[in-house]
Design a protein around this ligand. Structure first.
Ligand code: 3PG
Length: 414
């Protein structure tokens, strides 16, 4: 599989000094649902570098991002993100709880050079949830209300580049647009990786975004981009049920509550096609507050992690890999003893001689806990999850193509 990436402009390719610039970042971070506190600010820190560079260019900087999904536990205001950005930059960062209304537009008009303003969560706008072609997104209220107030657009949210939403693909259609520093770093690092044809390529997939992971697996299988796919977490549960294994009524009920039962036929289809998908042999459940391990055929409680036998077998399956990609925790990592599976798989991947990629906002929490020597062996630590995997699977990411089209129109036109 050879993926052609179209040329896109970076911040060095267009003069942004003294301009009014709209910056789309990905401030979507893990948030403690009980306290509302940001649990890991790696993404905010990374985008802060792009924002600092724009301040130094004396640009007036307006920042937009999503956080969580409507209805989800992590769907919150961006006020706390603006405060954290202010701390990281040691700089006054303004915030307004509006996006396209008169209040936000007035603040944007008033914004002076070298000032930074963060707008409210983009997913409060219903148009932002709908995916459509860039030309169509350029016609949304979102883009039409804001674009005339800006001279240029900086797209820094590589981790959301797989979504064809107005804030990502609409603005490039109407404004001179470049990729920000985070986007640039990811594209450059990942382009090197996809040009390496070494096999086996092993993907270790877990986390909460099961439907996205299934789409990624379908793409990996279609493009023959993976030699082994080791599943964990809820994703593994869907595949276990698809194999006809009885994982117990609590877990089936949980899958139903999360709306995941409908994915089982898709998982079954992949298994019937002979996709190289591995599922756990044993799992960990909680009994009287303790970790107890049981075979997958004898589960009598909510699955919280993969078990020791699974860890051992997955480690063996990683041993001869040349490239290993890990995305999403294998269990409920917020609870100490159920972090074991995720940590052991991450450590084992780093002990192999494979080039190892850690992906996803939530996985960075795990990387931070590893021994420093091992941490240094991480080949690429991507802030992206779904976007990273789809990119590695050979999928066209809409935001990359929107930037390329925009450049032809506004930056590289003759
Ligand atoms: C991510 O964390 O993968 C990105 O922020 C995209 O989030 P989404 O899957 O809710 O679109």
């Amino acid at each position: 599989m050879v993926l052609e990436i179209p040329p896109i402009p970076f911040m060095d390719d267009y003069d942004l000094s003294e301009k009014k610039v709209l910056v789309r970042v990905d401030f979507n971070v893990p948030i403690d649902p009980k306290t509302g506190v940001i649990l890991n600010d790696a993404r905010i820190k990374a985008h802060a570098r792009t924002i600092k560079e724009l301040i130094d260019l004396n640009a007036a900087v307006v920042v937009i991002s999503h956080q969580g999904r409507p209805g989800g536990k992590e769907f919150t205001s961006l006020k706390i993100h603006a405060e954290r950005l202010s701390e990281i930059l040691s700089y006054n960062v303004k915030f307004i709880d509006d996006i396209i209304g008169p209040a936000a537009r007035n603040e944007i008009k008033k914004l002076k050079n070298a000032e930074v303003l963060v707008l409210e969560n983009t997913r409060l706008i219903s148009e932002e949830i709908i995916e459509a072609a860039p030309e169509k997104q350029a016609q949304t209220f979102f883009v039409k209300k804001l674009a005339p107030l800006f001279d240029a657009f900086v797209l820094d949210a590589f981790s959301t580049a797989h979504r064809s939403q107005p804030s990502l693909v609409g603005f490039p259609m109407v404004l001179p647009s470049v990729a920000g520093r985070v986007f640039e770093a990811e594209i450059k690092a990942l382009s090197k990786i996809i040009s390496r044809e070494e096999r086996p390529k092993v993907f270790v997939l877990g986390g909460a975004k099961v439907e996205d992971s299934l789409k990624v697996i379908e793409t990996l299988v279609r493009n023959k981009a993976a030699d082994r796919i080791l599943t964990t977490g809820l994703l593994a549960e869907v595949f276990l049920v698809a194999k006809g294994i009885n994982i117990g009524k609590e877990n089936i009920q949980f899958l139903a509550e999360k709306g995941l039962i409908g994915l089982i036929p898709r998982a079954r289809r992949l298994l019937m096609m002979g996709a190289p998908i591995e599922t756990p042999y044993d799992v960990a459940i909680e009994k009287n507050g303790k970790r107890v391990e049981v075979p997958v055929t004898k589960v009598n409680g909510r699955i919280m992690d993969i078990g020791t036998e699974t860890i051992k077998s997955y480690i063996q399956l990683m041993n001869d890999a040349k490239i290993i990609v890990l995305r999403g925790p294998a269990g409920v990592i917020e609870k100490g003893s159920f972090k074991i599976g995720t940590i052991k798989l991450a450590e084992a991947a780093l002990r192999t001689s494979a080039f190892t990629i850690f992906g996803g906002g939530h996985f960075t929490v795990v990387a931070d806990e590893l021994d420093e020597k091992l941490r240094k062996k991480i080949g690429h630590r991507s802030l992206a999850g779904g976007a990273l995997l789809l990119f590695l699977a050979g999928e066209r990411l809409p935001a990359i193509y929107a930037l390329a089209e925009s450049a032809k129109k506004f930056i590289w036109r003759r």
